[in-house]
Design a protein. Structure first.
Ligand code: ATP
Ligand code: MG
Ligand code: FE
Length: 354
């Protein structure tokens, strides 16, 4: 089963080809991504209108590139999968319309994919992980703990009640003049800092649920920085090291609760934690996750960073999983959805036009 995937939900334009073998194993045939980071850097964040225009400008070329790298003609793919949400509506419309046009032209089924399902299923493509498993999704737009029970069967156990984790990294970097995107800059600066100099809050610590909150941490960082103006390089390093330590602690506390709940509610011979999203590139967070899983007896699966951030291979793969199960493709009337919680990615909703 060979699927062409398209991803345009945020600031990456991407096209990819994946293959799924009858035994359920997957292979990436081609995977092209064009990041718009430079176009948005001057504005310190993603500008939706610019993003939509940039998707229009390059998507056709990327699709052609993905096909030619795989030595595959459009007529030789079995299905087309395009992200239909959640994300920036302009970009989603560009990708979904392109997917519809290609599907119509080649007379192939179209799968309208939930971007978060793409992230959630990546570990099955890369590592063949079996259901059920626990997923931590930490990106620029999302911070979620998800139970993946099956294709189209997800339970969101926790989410952020304010900022996403990547957003917290980006805002902290902006505040301290470290540039955009902020995650890698914060991580680099934190290496020479003292993580104990500032006692930043661990938001929602001890709270019985599995939600996250990062806005209080952001405020504490701003207050610490304002009290020290003018900031020396060492002050900045100490602030971001203390900020990162607070985040590592917070994630760990939430994960211990999630792991306990997983053990209570799920029968899994091989309990597994999967991480996804751009923040998963962070070395301190990865190190904590590795330790945490070793301590809890969980298998830890972290796809390579290029497959943790936005890409079309994960969208193609989600389409392949759906096609392999015989789930119905989308109607040509299916609409893009800027908001689309993963829990609602039930089979009945696909193709319903919602
Ligand atoms: P979404 O996937 O939720 O729609 P997005 O496209 O912004 O949002 P990604 O591309 O997966 O998300 O990730 C980008 C985010 O990851 C940015 O917020 C960036 O700062 C953060 N990030 C990247 N590298 C690191 C790092 N080393 N440490 C911390 N954060 C990082
Ligand atoms: Mg991105
Ligand atoms: Fe994403």
């Amino acid at each position: 089963l060979r699927v062409l995937g398209i991803e345009t939900s945020c600031d990456e334009t991407a096209a990819a080809l994946v293959e799924r073998a009858p035994d359920g194993s997957g292979a990436i045939v081609s995977n092209v991504v064009m990041s718009q980071i430079e176009e948005h850097a001057a504005f310190g964040g993603v500008v939706p209108e610019l993003a939509a225009r940039a998707h229009v400008a390059v998507l056709d070329t990327l699709v052609a590139e993905a096909l030619s790298q795989g030595n595959v003609a459009l007529g030789d793919v079995d299905a087309i999968a395009a992200t239909a949400g959640p994300g920036l509506i302009g970009g989603l419309i560009v990708g979904l319309m392109t997917g519809k046009a290609l599907a119509r032209a080649a007379d192939k089924p179209l799968y309208a994919i939930n971007h978060l399902e793409g992230h959630a299923l990546t570990a099955r493509l890369t590592d063949g992980v079996a259901f059920p498993y626990l997923m931590l999704l930490v990106s620029g737009g999302h911070t979620q703990l998800v139970l993946a029970k099956g294709v189209g069967k997800y339970r969101r156990w926790g989410t952020t009640i304010d900022d996403a984790l990547g957003e917290a990294f980006d805002k902290t970097a902006k505040l301290l003049g470290l540039g955009y995107p902020g995650g890698p800059a914060v991580e680099a600066a934190a290496r020479t800092g003292d993580p104990r100099r500032f006692a930043f809050p661990r938001p929602l610590r001890g709270n019985p649920g599995l939600d996250f909150s990062f806005s209080g941490l952001k405020t504490a960082v701003r207050q610490a920085a304002e009290a020290l103006v003018p900031l020396a390089d060492q002050d900045v390093a100490d602030i971001v090291a203390s900020f990162q330590a607070a985040i590592v602690d917070t994630l760990k506390e939430r994960l211990s609760r999630a792991a306990a709940r997983f053990r209570d509610e799920c029968e899994a011979a091989d309990p597994t934690l999967v991480v996804a999203g751009g923040v998963a590139a962070n070395g301190a967070i990865r190190a904590m996750l590795t330790d945490f899983c070793a301590g809890e007896g969980f298998r830890f699966v972290a796809p390579q960073p290029a497959l943790c951030t936005d890409n079309a291979a994960m969208i193609a793969w989600a389409g392949a999983e759906r096609a392999a199960l015989g789930l119905p493709p989308a109607e040509m009337t299916v609409a893009a959805r800027s908001r689309w919680p993963l829990d609602e990615t039930a089979d009945a909703l696909i193709g319903s036009g919602r």
